[in-house]
Design a protein around this ligand. Structure first.
Ligand code: SAM
Length: 263
């Protein structure tokens, strides 16, 4: 048998080894044979093989070439594993669903923490092609994703994620469940993209710009923070006090602000 690979820090490799967490993750995903399952970062296959055994087929996206031959060899007796050697940020999930002839993908992964926010934003861009996502992330990131207005950790990630998905934190995982242990606690979260009739209709680039500017300096009033994008009267016309701070606005308030330009 091959010795386990030495985990690479530069790829954010922390391999999950504790059986009870692996089982718990697979059980909350509840894979079915009819699913088109996609795993981000299979690593040594801790989640890959149980998911593959349950669903019969799986597409996995892995950036580290060194891990691929072992994954392929081990998968042969388990199910149909298709490995995409790529940076997940460059994978077009909408095109992947179209090529596979499925309406929506189910995505899962113990994500590389060094790019967890970019991966989340990338998935949000393809939300219409995704049925659900189950991700392991830093607990602190999951707290920010699920935070409500008024909370200290409510910010850009909370607003952008909640405008696209239902965010459901599921359970925490301690550092000792991984090899090597990360320095932070982790959490598993479920994201379910909102149905088409519940999605916002603001221009995505404008919304990104408004939310980014609003939270860039949290202590500034909206009037000041958004100065480059709109004036105080415009903010008022959306029913929002320009003296308020971004952290008290509901996610849909940012949509109202982003749509002002078109008014
Ligand atoms: N799923 C495995 C587990 O739970 O043990 C490994 C998880 S490890 C935290 C993250 C995985 O993502 C590693 O296999 C790493 O090589 C891979 N990875 C890192 N950056 C990536 C990227 N940009 N695109 C795709 N995979 C990436």
């Amino acid at each position: 048998m091959n010795a386990p690979a030495r985990p690479k820090k530069s790829f954010g490799q922390h391999f999950l080894h504790e059986r009870r967490y692996i089982d718990r993750i697979v059980s909350v995903i509840a894979p079915r044979a009819e699913d088109f399952l996609v795993e981000i970062g299979p690593g040594e296959g801790a989640l890959t093989f149980p998911l593959l055994a349950a669903a019969g087929k799986l597409t996995a996206i892995e950036l580290d070439t060194d891990l691929i031959p072992t994954l392929e060899a081990k998968a042969a007796s388990v199910g149909a594993l298709s490995i995409v050697h790529a940076d997940v940020l460059k994978v077009d999930f909408t095109a992947m669903a179209q090529r596979a002839g499925v309406a929506r993908l189910r995505i899962a992964g113990n994500l590389p923490y060094y790019i967890s926010s970019p991966i989340l934003f990338h998935c949000v861009d393809h939300a219409a092609a995704i049925a659900d996502m189950h991700f392991m992330l830093q607990k602190e990131v999951v707290d920010r994703m699920a935070a409500e207005p008024g909370s200290k950790v409510y910010g850009r990630l909370s607003v952008m994620l909640q405008l696209a998905c239902r965010v459901e934190p599921l359970f925490d995982v301690p550092p000792g469940a991984f090899r090597p242990p990360p320095k932070v606690d982790s959490s598993v979260v479920r994201l379910v993209p909102l149905p088409a009739d519940a999605r916002h209709d603001a221009d995505p680039a404008r919304l990104h710009a408004v939310v980014k500017a609003a939270f860039a300096q949290r202590r500034k009033t909206l009037g000041n923070a958004l100065r480059q994008l709109m004036d105080a009267d415009a903010i008022r016309s959306a029913g929002i006090d320009p003296k308020a701070r971004a952290e008290v606005l509901a996610p849909m308030d940012f949509v109202a602000l982003a749509k002002l330009r078109d008014a």
